[in-house]
Write a protein that binds this ligand. Sequence first.
Ligand SMILES: Nc1ncnc2c1ncn2[C@@H]1O[C@H](COP(=O)(O)OP(=O)(O)O)[C@@H](O)[C@H]1O
Ligand SMILES: [Mg+2]
Length: 342
Amino acid sequence: MNRVKKKLKVLALFDAIRPTTLDQDLSDELKTEDWKTEANVLEALQQLGWVAEHLAIFDDTDLIRQKFQSFQPELIFNLADQFKNNRAFDQNIVSFLELHGVPFTGCGSTGLTLCKHKGISKKILGYHRIRVPDFVVIPRGKRVVRPKRLAFPILVKPLKEEASLGIAQASFVENDDQFKERVAFIHEKYDNDVIAEEYIEGRELYVSVLGNHRLQVFPLRELVFKEVPPDEPKIATYKAKWDEEYRKRWGIQNEFARELDPALIRRIEQACKKIYRLLAIDGYGRLDLRLTRENEIVFIEANPNPVLARDEDFAQSALGAHLAYPQLVERIAQLGMTAVRD
Ligand SMILES: Nc1ncnc2c1ncn2[C@@H]1O[C@H](COP(=O)(O)OP(=O)(O)O)[C@@H](O)[C@H]1O
Ligand SMILES: [Mg+2]
């Protein structure tokens, strides 16, 4: 692997939830839990001995252009995944970077676009014989009808969201009344189109993949629900992901997946490499799967540019392959330097 030159000039690009300025002091934000990833990456960039500056944007891409002029970065470390508080716009930020021709880390605009739309990604994979849940997309403003073939139980989700926003136990619906109510709730409260999916029961696996062409799959992670009764649906709801109290109460933990047959692990790795390529992911990604009782692999969701905090699944998986955090950041930077973006 080529080493990146010694004093690489890196601009770490963040998103913000309110307007920002070019030289805004973010030191208070960087101390908070919400900015953990940003702080971890900045620290790693410093440990690598690179010249790192940062910029957070809310709704003004001209700040990026101005920063390009004043700092002349050789690489953007892209951690901006929303624009004007809308996560569906991550691809537009990246499109802007692509137009400028400055190398950046992570996924390009095509992969972000395909993965963000939870319906389009499933159509592509289904066509290529990867098992995906049956589903229907219900846009805002359309009458709510459940196609007859889509049987209960169903999981109702926002079409283009992340981090389990809009996903609660009430997303799991078992009859038409519950279905209609939850769809209306997502349309109105979350101002999002809906994807309603066949509920897949099974173990929940997170597969971390690194690379542009040659791909490396890190040891598999699993979300376990130790205290949830066997007959209850096990879903990575918003609370299950982010509420420490709730996680404790229900014994919800992210850990390395145990007791998987080596041949099954190979099969999962091969499927994930195929999915990663089919969805045009670059750099790094985490694929969310379910594994049925019959060991069938079912695709749930692809996350290009997954959360990169030290203590989250992607970095933990890399650590499982003996890739320490600063070296992971370095690898992601190297992949960004060599990615083809047009
Ligand atoms: N079709 C499905 N069957 C079973 N569980 C699902 C399904 N879709 C989503 N889930 C559960 O909901 C969680 C969040 O769904 P996901 O589509 O990954 O949304 P997000 O992008 O917010 O992470 C998943 O991690 C899984 O636990
Ligand atoms: Mg997910």
